[in-house]
Design a protein around this ligand. Structure first.
Ligand code: GDP
Ligand code: IMO
Ligand code: MG
Length: 427
């Protein structure tokens, strides 16, 4: 089972960090393929909490080599802040290998992200402010800076100058900001060049060689299906392809090398930032879910918007990503309700739809149709076998499995590494 993708199926924060960690020690390499430090992947080991933003969460699996793929956008300050932070906590981790083709987030990308959001006012996306969108825009616009450019300071400087030519005009004339100095930016970037140089790799070649040797490669998705720039709730999305296809383009392996796609699914729904969210609860029930689930952003600390499980949201993600298995997380958070509503379809302008809508207007108009599932009162955080779960809890999982059309192979019953029920082997 050498090529495995872990992908978010909702709006992020499903527990991908926990799922990656649960796959454990049989994994030889863990690769991030999209996004950057907009992610926040939490792993709890022995009661200690670690949040990885740019580093793959799999870095805490000591056997695994970690890789940052070409599809990722890299903030070098964050890379070293995270690595040094882990070292300061006594964690022995190796420096990740970094694709020569990955793009660099610079200070001007962060500035542009923030001023654009402020300028947009009510129409803002609610980005993480980490410079993600402007960096991907530059990549597609062919004025980006890549990791390999650190190896050629003159070329790097030329590229920074070229990239800033238009941006400085925009910053000064539209946003009333000061010009950004190309020499300073180049200097900032080169400050990390010596440290990263030995770890710059041809990512596609490396991964294909390792897969040839039969090594297990785990592709760690960030963000999620509904934040994907093609498949998500555009324009309220991130600027990359977190979906499973992104694992191929974002690392340089072909689709035939992927053997398993694990969709990570939260037992209810959350979202951070702006954009449509049909099952959102703006009442005391939403507050209760937020409190019980500790739903505050791992990256920005923002309170997450909370709502009931939305089956069509996950069903479409499972199909588009070709999920072979689902890892269901945070089932324990639902303990204590008398009844738990599950969204099985929508009313859209007087018409019923059982599938996720096609257009933005329909998603925005969608009113959830709920099936009520009986709840359970017991604490399930210590349960390790499916048949030991309360009967109503088992029925909830089985109903979800039916609605999302994918087998559930793992269940999270708490944040800790050991708090999982495994139904099918995943590696
Ligand atoms: P990611 O971005 O998909 O990796 O998810 P985050 O780390 O942003 O958010 C998931 C949160 O839920 C973290 O605080 C995890 O520690 C926690 N978590 C993950 N799985 C479970 C679970 O099964 N039960 C509970 N109670 N918490 C979980
Ligand atoms: P993980 O990997 C949840 C959201 C932001 C915003 C939108 C665009 O932890 O699941 P961006 O900064 O990417 O341009 O912001 O995407 N967003 C996330 N929401 N989890 C994430 O990552 C996210 N990464 C970006 O809140 O709405
Ligand atoms: Mg997160």
């Amino acid at each position: 089972m050498p090529g495995i993708i872990v992908v978010g199926t909702q709006w992020g924060d499903e527990g991908k960090g926990k799922a990656v960690d649960a796959l454990g020690e049989k994994v030889d390499l863990v690769v991030r393929y999209s996004g950057g430090n907009n992610a926040g992947h939490t792993v709890v080991v022995g009661g200690e909490k670690f949040i990885m933003h740019l580093l793959p969460a799999g870095i805490l699996n000591r056997n695994a080599t970690t890789v940052i793929g070409n599809g990722v956008v890299v903030d070098l300050d964050v890379l070293y802040h995270e690595l040094d932070g882990l070292a300061a906590r006594g964690e022995v981790v190796s420096h990740p290998l970094v694709s020569a083709n990955a793009h660099l987030i610079t200070s001007y990308h962060q500035t542009l992200d923030k001023v654009t959001e402020r300028f947009a006012g009510k129409k803002r996306i609610g980005t993480t402010g980490r410079g993600i969108g402007p960096t991907y825009s530059d990549k597609v616009n062919r004025v980006g800076i890549r990791v390999a450019d650190l190896l050629d300071p003159e070329l790097l400087h030329d590229k920074v100058v070229a990239s800033l030519e238009q941006k400085n005009q925009i910053l000064v004339k539209i946003f009333n900001r000061r010009e950004i100095n190309a020499d300073l930016v180049t200097e900032q970037l080169l400050g990390h060049a010596d440290r990263i140089r030995p770890y710059i790799v041809d990512c596609g070649r490396l991964l294909n060689d390792e897969l040839d040797k039969g090594k297990v490669v785990l592709f760690e998705g960030a963000q999620a299906h509904h934040l994907d720039v093609d498949h998500g709730t555009y324009p309220f999305v991130t600027s990359s392809n977190p979906t499973a296809g992104g694992a191929c383009t974002g690392t340089g392996v072909g689709p035939t090398r992927i053997d398993r796609v694990i969709g990570v699914v939260k037992a209810y729904t959350t979202r951070v930032g702006e954009g449509p969210f049909p099952t959102e609860l703006l009442d005391a029930d939403g507050e209760r879910l937020r409190a019980d689930g500790g739903e505050f952003g791992a990256t920005t600390g923002r309170p997450r918007r909370c709502g009931w499980f939305d089956a069509p949201v996950v069903e479409v993600a499972n199909r588009v990503n070709g999920c072979t298995d689902v890892f269901l997380t945070k089932l324990d958070v639902l303990s204590g309700w008398d009844e738990i509503p599950v969204c099985v379809g929508y009313q859209i302008n007087g018409r019923r739809s059982d599938v996720y809508p096609m257009t933005q207007s329909e998603v925005q108009a969608a009113k959830p149709i709920y099936q009520m599932m009986p709840g359970w009162k017991q604490d399930i955080t210590a349960v390790r076998r499916f048949d030991r779960l309360p009967a109503n809890c088992q029925a909830y999982v089985k109903r979800l499995e039916e609605l999302i059309r994918c087998r559930i192979s793992g269940i999270g019953v708490g944040p800790g590494r050991e708090q999982a029920i495994m139904l099918n082997e995943l590696v």
